[in-house]
Design a binder for this molecule. Structure first.
Ligand code: UDP
Length: 237
């Protein structure tokens, strides 16, 4: 693949998108489709680190609304990200792409404990690095986890693969007059209260100059297009 504009990326995938519309569990076809797109990047020499959510299995807030202790619920959510990370790792390895799963919570032998240097060492060795458990702390989300990891590993960009094709003035599924931004500043996202990601994730990226590229990852080929700098999705700068 030619004309790649990024050297090292942090790709955030939501757990929910792994469920491919069913809301729950892991859709193997979707998983394999993601793995194929990621391998294409790695084959082209891009260093790819991935943070995957766990919303297809469990979210701490949902648990809290049903009477669970919030911290335990969040720990369940973090464990859900580990399940998804292992699934993605397995799908990548099955197509010949070496991976390394690093966990923010000690979980030997499932994965080694995360450190910036372990992650970079594996990236430089050509492995796709999957960073699980988000930040490792409750009351956060994997969006914040990916902004933190993206900054830590000195990624060029945080790619947020979603099921919508960018950031709109309003929810396009509810408001037919909503229009899409090609580019938007961090502050405008915050001032307009756009629900792109958690505020803490946006602020983390803003304060550390990590651009965010939001795009529809469910359209095969889009990840490659983003890597070539094509005008799709929305860039937050
Ligand atoms: N979580 C957490 N700390 C983190 C990241 C995640 O406690 O740093 C928990 C939290 O309960 C969250 C769940 O893990 O709801 C799954 O992550 P997330 O909701 O971000 O997944 P996604 O929406 O991306 O599928």
């Amino acid at each position: 693949m030619n004309n790649i504009i990024y050297h090292r990326v942090l790709l955030k995938l939501s757990g929910e998108s792994l469920a491919a519309g069913t809301g729950h569990g892991i859709d193997t076809e979707r998983l394999n489709q993601y793995a194929a797109q990621v391998k294409e990047m790695a084959d082209a020499g891009v260093q790819v680190a991935i943070v995957i959510g766990g919303g297809n299995i469990f979210r701490g807030l949902q648990g809290a609304s049903r009477g669970f202790d919030r911290v335990k619920g969040d720990q369940m959510g973090m464990l859900a990200t580990v399940i998804n990370s292992l699934a993605l790792s397995s799908a990548l390895e099955a197509i010949g792409q070496p991976t390394r799963v690093l966990t923010a919570i000690d979980m030997h032998p499932i994965g080694e404990h995360y450190s910036k240097w372990r992650a970079i060492e594996a990236l430089e060795a050509g492995k796709v690095v999957i960073l699980s458990c988000g930040t490792g702390s409750p009351y956060f989300t994997t969006d914040t986890g990916s902004s933190l990891r993206g900054v830590e590993i000195e990624a060029d960009v945080m790619l947020k693969g979603t099921r919508v094709d960018g950031i709109y003035t309003a929810d396009p599924e509810k408001d037919p007059t909503a229009t899409k931004f090609d580019r938007i500043s961090y502050d405008e996202v915050l001032n307009r209260g756009l629900k792109v990601m958690d505020l803490s994730a946006i602020v983390m990226c803003r304060d550390n100059g990590l651009p965010i590229h939001v795009f529809n990852m469910d359209e095969p080929g889009n990840l490659a297009r983003v890597m070539r700098g094509e005008n799709l999705g929305t860039v937050v700068y």
